[in-house]
Write a protein that binds this ligand. Structure first.
Ligand SMILES: Nc1ncnc2c1ncn2[C@@H]1O[C@H](COP(=O)(O)OP(=O)(O)OP(=O)(O)O)[C@@H](O)[C@H]1O
Ligand SMILES: [Mg+2]
Length: 258
């Protein structure tokens, strides 16, 4: 399979701040390299603070890397011009750790979803409405939800809506950062199954981030393990139990298979 995203030797140091009580610099990513293949769900696992969200933010160009580069479909994302960057911001979407972040509490769900399509200005009003209706059907939600405010939704429903918001512009690449961590286990499974079926239908590639190896192993085709900013292991999910795994991966695996 061809690669869609190449992460090449990425390092990130957050500079310490403060004058009187200067905090130390923090090396959040340490020469991380790996490729994501077109059409796969790649799982990035690691404990809190291992650098997962930092890497996601660098891919999204929300945080600047200290060194290294990222290629999306062969192009260095640091050297995209204005138009290319706009296109990139549509092709690469994210579902954040906290779904509250993505939904404006003062706006109805329908307004928030349509707003995204308006920003990208790609469809007529009728096309927008149809697209949203089709997408709602796919995430198994009734149309009345469009008139609701985010506060009236359950955690699982919010996460479905956040996924719909990300997919409405038909991205090629979807980052899901701790997308199910806040949910009950039974709801988690529903959302993971939904992600898998949406991925089959829409053919997007995904980077799925979690601290929970159990979730990652359930959903993902390949797994990368981050430990203190270093990629210590990279393997096909079916090789999870192999002896070749890094000690840290084995520790993570032991803790889920108890
Ligand atoms: N804006 C920032 N300024 C300074 N340090 C930061 C900043 N963002 C993250 N860090 C530090 O960088 C390291 C990696 O953080 P990051 O958020 O990428 O980890 P994570 O793997 O996503 O953790 P979690 O599972 O808790 O979401 C941590 O030590 C964190 O404190
Ligand atoms: Mg994080």
């Amino acid at each position: 399979m061809e690669n869609i995203l190449k992460i090449q030797d990425i390092s990130k140091t957050y500079k310490g701040s403060g004058i009187l009580f200067r905090k130390k610099d923090k090396l959040a990513l340490d020469h991380v390299s790996f490729d994501i293949k077109k059409g796969e769900i790649f799982g990035l696992v690691g404990e809190s603070g291992s650098g997962k969200t930092t890497l996601s933010n660098i891919i999204l160009r929300l945080v600047k890397e200290s060194s290294g580069k990222i290629l999306f479909k062969g192009n260095n994302i640091a050297s995209l011009n204005k138009d290319e960057l706009m296109k990139y911001r549509r092709e690469v979407q994210v579902v954040f750790q906290n779904p509250y972040q993505a939904l404006n509490p003062k706006k109805t769900i329908g307004f928030s979803i349509e707003e995204i399509l308006k920003i990208h200005d790609i469809y007529s009003k009728e096309e927008r409405r149809k697209l949203i209706r089709d997408l709602l059907e796919e995430i198994e939600m009734e149309e009345d939800v469009l008139n609701y405010y985010p506060d009236s939704l359950s955690g699982g429903q919010k996460q479905r809506i956040a996924i719909a918001q990300a997919l409405v512009v038909n991205p090629e690449f979807l980052i899901i950062d701790e997308g199910v961590s806040a949910l009950d286990v039974s709801i988690q499974a529903q959302i993971l199954n939904l992600i898998r079926s949406l991925q089959k239908k829409h053919n997007f590639t995904s980077l799925f981030i979690s601290h929970d190896l159990n979730v990652i192993a359930y959903l993902c085709d390949r797994i990368g393990v981050l430990y203190k900013g270093e990629l210590v292991d990279l393997f096909d999910t079916y090789d999870l139990e192999s002896d070749d795994r890094h000690e840290y991966t084995k520790e993570l695996f032991k803790s889920i298979s108890l």
